[in-house]
Every structure is written in C-alpha cells, then in structure tokens.
Write a protein that binds this ligand. Structure first.
Ligand code: B4P
Length: 193
C-alpha cells in the first residue's frame, strides 16, 4: 500500500487524516490545497494564479493544478509512495494522474473516501474559520465548495469505485475515532493485497 488517495468533501477530514495516516505508514502526505496556500502566502506566480479561484471557492484550472502536481510527485521524498489529499478533484485530473503513473510503470493501490453529513461539514469549516481565518471558510463559499464537490468530484469517486479500488470510510466522530477507522481499513487492505 504505497500509493494512496484520500478523497472527500471539504471538511470531511481528508487533510487532517492524511497527515496522521501518512505519518504512521511512513509515506509523504501531499495536499494540493496546502501547496496552493503556501504559494499564495509567498506571492509566487502560481499563488497569484490560484488565489482568485480559491477565494471564490472554485477549483484552480486543471492545467495549473496538473503541472504543479507533476512537479511535486517528481520530488525525491516520493520514492516510497504517497498519500494524495485533494487531488484528483475532476475527471480530467484522474486521467492526468493515470498517465503520470503509467509513464513510471506504477498505479494507485487504494482510494479512501471519507464522508460526513453536509451540516456537519459546514459546522466544522465554520469552526476552522474562527481559528485560522482561511479566506475560503465563510458560509456562502463553503456551500459553493460543497456543491462543486457533488457536481465534479462525485464522478471521480465513481471512477475509482468501478475500478474496485475505493474504500468508503465513515468520517463522523472524533478525530481519533476517524483515524482508527481509516487505519483499520488500510490494515485490512494491506492484508488482502
Ligand atoms: P483543500 O485544502 O483540499 O481544502 P478542503 O477541501 O477544505 O479540505 P481540508 O483538507 O483543508 O479540510 P479537512 O477536511 O481536513 O482545498 C482548498 C482549495 O484549493 C479548493 O477549494 C480549491 O480552490 C483548491 N484546490 C485544491 N486542490 C485542488 C485540485 N486538485 N484541483 C483544483 N483546485 C484545487 O478539515 C476541515 C476542518 O474540519 C478542520 O478544521 C478540521 O480540524 C475539522 N475536522 C476534520 N475532521 C473532524 C472531525 N472528525 N471532527 C471534528 N472536526 C473535524
């Protein structure tokens, strides 16, 4: 189990759990959202390109995101595997990742889908807004991000389900409970592999 994705709507805990699980598995966690935020903060060209989309709760264009992802996945710390968080979010990104991995004779081992109810998701993100003041964590933008997830990312989930590599994990409960649940799923997948 070296190459994994964690996928779920905003607030489902994917960033939070990716950090925890990857540390236990000894692979690097890669969050496209976090890479964008670092670039926005550093006012790089990529950050300037991404900022408008992020502030509006829209996806950053595939062309920009794919190029960034290729650079990151080519890094020296990715040799033993990765846990991708927040990518792919569109069907075009699925195709791009497939092609990137195929060029290296690799494929995805597992996709973990975290889910939680819409109102719980909104409440979590509003809670985060109070702590971090993230510019995309206000209620109207949060609801737009959730709509976008259903419009665009559900199709991504369906693709991986059809391939038989999707595992659904209940994201409701405390952070620790969800971590244990996710780890349990990964261990089962490893035994079955
Ligand atoms: P992300 O950084 O992926 O933001 P997110 O969807 O809000 O998820 P995140 O991982 O941060 O939050 P989590 O659910 O862990 O993306 C930000 C933006 O970047 C996107 O809107 C888009 O503009 C752009 N972008 C990123 N990737 C892209 C791509 N591939 N293509 C195009 N554009 C892209 O946690 C949220 C909160 O809930 C936290 O405060 C956490 O503590 C809390 N929480 C989590 N689990 C909990 C639990 N069990 N109980 C209570 N609280 C919990």
């Amino acid at each position: 189990m070296a190459r994994m994705l964690i996928i779920g709507p905003p607030g489902s805990g994917k960033g939070t759990q990716a950090e925890r699980i990857s540390a236990r598995l000894g692979v690097v966690a890669i969050s496209t959202g976090e890479i964008f935020r670092v670039n926005v903060k550093g006012q790089t060209r990529l950050g300037l390109e991404a900022r408008k989309c992020m502030d509006a709760g829209d996806f950053v264009p595939d062309s920009v995101t794919n190029k960034m992802l290729r650079n990151r996945l080519s890094g020296p710390d990715v040799g033993t595997g990765f846990m991708l968080d927040g990518y792919p979010r569109t069907v075009a990104q699925v195709d791009y990742l497939d092609q990137f991995l195929a060029e290296r004779g690799q494929e995805l081992d597992a996709v973990l889908q975290l889910s939680a109810g819409n109102e719980e998701l909104v409440a979590r993100l509003l809670g985060r807004a109070k702590e971090t003041g993230r510019s995309d964590d206000n209620e109207a933008i949060i609801r737009h991000r959730l709509d976008l997830y259903h419009e665009q990312t559900n199709a991504v989930v369906d693709q991986y389900a059809r391939r038989g590599i999707l595992t659904r994990v209940d994201g409701m409960g405390s952070l620790e409970e969800v971590t244990e649940r996710v780890l349990g799923c990964v261990e089962s997948l490893m035994k079955a592999a």
